[in-house]
Design a protein around this ligand. Structure first.
Ligand code: ADP
Ligand code: ADP
Length: 231
């Protein structure tokens, strides 16, 4: 599904350059549940944003379902995003002025579906995350775990084949985090490919595969260990 080969991404600020992705190679098959781990600043979020077509990249090759993602028009990128990708963020990113139902409706409005169809699908998505009783609450009236479940319903309401989650439990206490884990496992069992970044070992342990990022590239699991520092 995702085939990134030697992808590079440089952030430039005045004279400073950050090579956020520096020869990033990762292939993700359809149906995987993958955890991308690594220290803060190693490039995990950049990878996810490039994979989800939220950010352009500078070099290398990225094929999504066989289609080259380099040099896409904005219109094509947003059509692909709307068609097959759902996002979940550490900070939930719900719209504060909209209630739960209207937040989940946002991606359906973008698709121009009829109001009745949208409502049915939004209700079904919220039922799937156990929030049918909170339809008319604002995000600020919900716990963090509930807000993340709304965000997951919003990510899934368009029935994406790929769910990208950036530290989905990063702002949650351990009980709420565990509920999110259970939910992600169910979503994966339903056939959705999941790629998530995480620092959380418990979350990573539930994924079916783990990769480690350092300095903008994957650590090769087969590489010989570096020599120990002199003691
Ligand atoms: P992680 O998600 O692993 O914490 P990021 O992908 O957020 O890492 O960041 C990788 C590197 O790119 C870091 O050095 C970070 O400071 C830098 N970076 C990320 N986003 C930007 C940006 N918008 N502008 C400049 N530098 C950025
Ligand atoms: P994460 O660890 O999840 O990447 P951060 O706090 O590092 O979270 O980054 C939050 C946001 O700030 C991201 O959208 C990232 O692209 C941006 N960002 C990160 N580092 C920099 C930077 N050095 N300059 C500008 N923006 C940055």
């Amino acid at each position: 599904m995702i085939r990134m080969t030697s992808v590079t991404k440089v952030y430039r600020r005045g004279l400073f350059e950050t090579h956020a992705l520096a020869g990033f190679t990762l292939h993700v098959a359809r149906g995987e549940f993958l955890a991308v781990m690594g220290p803060s600043g190693s490039g995990k979020t950049t990878f996810l944003n490039v994979a989800g077509l939220l950010d352009p990249f500078d070099g290398g090759e990225y094929l999504l379902d066989g289609e080259p993602m380099q040099g896409l028009s904005d219109a094509r990128a947003s059509a692909i995003r709307n068609g097959k990708i759902g996002f979940v963020f550490q900070s939930f990113q719900l719209i504060a002025d909209l209630d739960v139902l209207d937040n989940v409706d946002v991606p359906l409005r973008v698709r121009g579906l009829a109001a009745r169809v949208r409502r049915e699908r939004a209700l079904r998505a919220l039922e799937g995350v156990g929030l049918s009783a909170r339809l008319h609450h604002r995000p600020s009236e919900l716990s963090g775990g509930q807000q993340q479940r709304v965000a997951i319903a919003r990510a899934l309401v368009g029935e994406p084949s790929l769910l990208l989650a950036d530290e989905p439990t990063g702002n949650l206490d351990s009980r709420a985090a565990r509920q999110i884990l259970d939910l992600l496992e169910r979503i994966h069992a339903g056939g959705t490919t999941i790629v998530m970044t995480t620092h959380d070992p418990e979350l990573a342990a539930r994924a079916r595969r783990r990769v480690h990022v350092l300095d903008g590239k994957l650590i090769d699991p087969w590489a010989p260990a570096p020599p120990a520092p002199p003691s």
